[in-house]
Each structure stands twice: as C-alpha cells, then as structure tokens.
Ligand binder design. Structure first.
Ligand SMILES: C[S@@+](CC[C@H](N)C(=O)[O-])C[C@H]1O[C@@H](n2cnc3c(N)ncnc32)[C@H](O)[C@@H]1O
Length: 218
C-alpha cells in the first residue's frame, strides 16, 4: 500500500498557502510575471523556489549553474541561498525577459551574485566543460527535449557530491499516462527511468509542484 497522499486541488491550495512563507519581492515578481499571460506558466512555483534556496544553503554551494532563467525567480532563490562570495551563472537562449529578471535581482540586492549568459544551453554547457568549469549545484529548467543532454552535461560539470535538480519531471502527470506519447512526455519519462537505473547517482523524485528530480553525483 502506498503512503503517498493524493494531491487534489484543495491540497494544492494548502501547499501554496502554508508550504510557502510570504515574501514581497517574490510575490511581486510572480504578479508581474503573471501579467505576461500564458507564458507565465513557465515560472517555477514559489514553494519550489524555497526548496532550491534551502538546498543551496545546505549543500554550502559556492558555484551554481542554471539552464532556463525566464523572469529569474529560480535564479533569485538560488542566489539568496549563496554566501556573499557565491555565484550563480544562468543560461537562457532568449533575452526577452532579462530586464524584468534584473529588476527583481537588483531590488533584492542579489545582482552581484548573478551572471547571465544568453545562448543555447547545450552549446554553453559544452563550452564550460571544454574550459573545465565545475559547479556545486546545477538547476535544469529549459527545453524539455534537451533534458537528457542537460543531464549528461551536468554530470560532467559537477564533482562527486555535486547536486543536480531537474524541474517538470512529472510533466503535469502525463508521465504516468500511457496514452500520452508526445516527444516531450516520452523524453521526460525515459529520463526518469534512466536516472532510476543510473548507478552514477543517488536520486529522489519529489512531487513538489510539477516534480523535481533531486540528484547527487556519487
Ligand atoms: C520553464 S522556463 C524557466 C523558468 C525559470 N526557471 C523561472 O524560475 O521562472 C524555460 C526557459 O528556458 C529557455 N530555453 C528554451 N530553450 C532553451 C535552450 N535551448 N537553451 C537555453 N535556454 C532555453 C526559455 O527561453 C525559457 O526562458
């Protein structure tokens, strides 16, 4: 018998209200992002952001990497978890929402910890490997069809004990629906299975919002 609690609409609301501590800068960033329309669905959930901040602190990460910045909420939470000398490098192939992100990074006095790179995630990460860069913690939240590439590239960019967190690994529940066989669903489903069987890592698949795969390189 499973002890997993079913997360229905009322429990989702409860998690949003009680599983997140109100924060004016984060709430304003979410509000301004929501005014962008349907694209705002790309933003991480605030309760996921809190989790990213805690993991950054607990892991004592100094150097972090993110693929998929959008309006910068996940970047901001990770930056908050870093010490003063810490740095997060965030990659996005679009600069469309960078100024909005920067507005909130500045308001929160976090800009000095954030480096933004505009470019393709796979190309930039490969160039980082070529230059022998290393990151303590990598957060993956970009184009889903490249998730297997981001996973492999990340494993080359973190040391032993390094952390990789991947968002959207439940893909709105579609991973569990055998009738869903579009390329994004299949890619995420296959990656979950790959991680489950990957002896190079420890992992936990967490049902926080749209699902976080929490990975430690052995
Ligand atoms: C789900 S959003 C990221 C949300 C963000 N983490 C947040 O907290 O708001 C995905 C982002 O990935 C970017 N993206 C899509 N394809 C990409 C690629 N090939 N390389 C880099 N970024 C990409 C998109 O421009 C988009 O901003």
């Amino acid at each position: 018998m499973s002890t997993q609690t079913k997360i229905d609409e009322s429990l989702v609301k409860y998690l949003q209200n009680v599983g997140y501590r109100k924060d004016k800068i984060i709430d304003d960033l979410a509000d301004e992002t929501s005014k962008l329309g349907s694209v705002s669905q790309m933003q991480i959930a605030k309760e996921q952001g809190q989790f990213l901040e805690i993991i950054t602190k607990l892991s004592k990460a100094i150097s972090c990497l993110e693929v998929g910045r959008f309006t910068g909420m996940s970047t901001l939470f990770i930056a908050r978890g870093l010490p003063t000398e810490g740095k997060i490098t965030t990659i996005d192939n679009s600069d469309e929402f960078l100024s909005l992100a920067k507005k909130y990074w500045d308001l929160d006095n976090m800009s000095s910890k954030i480096e933004s790179i505009i470019g393709d995630g796979v190309e930039i990460m490969q160039s980082m490997i070529d230059r022998q860069h290393s990151y303590d913690f990598i957060f993956i939240d970009a184009d889903k069809n490249n998730y297997p590439n981001y996973y492999e590239l990340s494993l080359s960019l973190v040391p032993s004990n390094g952390i990789i967190i991947i968002d959207n690994m439940l893909w709105h529940g579609d991973v569990a629906d055998e009738k869903k066989n579009d390329s994004q669903t299949n890619t995420i489903r296959d990656l979950n299975t790959k991680i489950q069987n990957d002896s190079r890592v420890d992992f936990s698949l967490l049902p926080l919002s749209d699902g976080l795969s929490f990975i430690r390189k052995k």
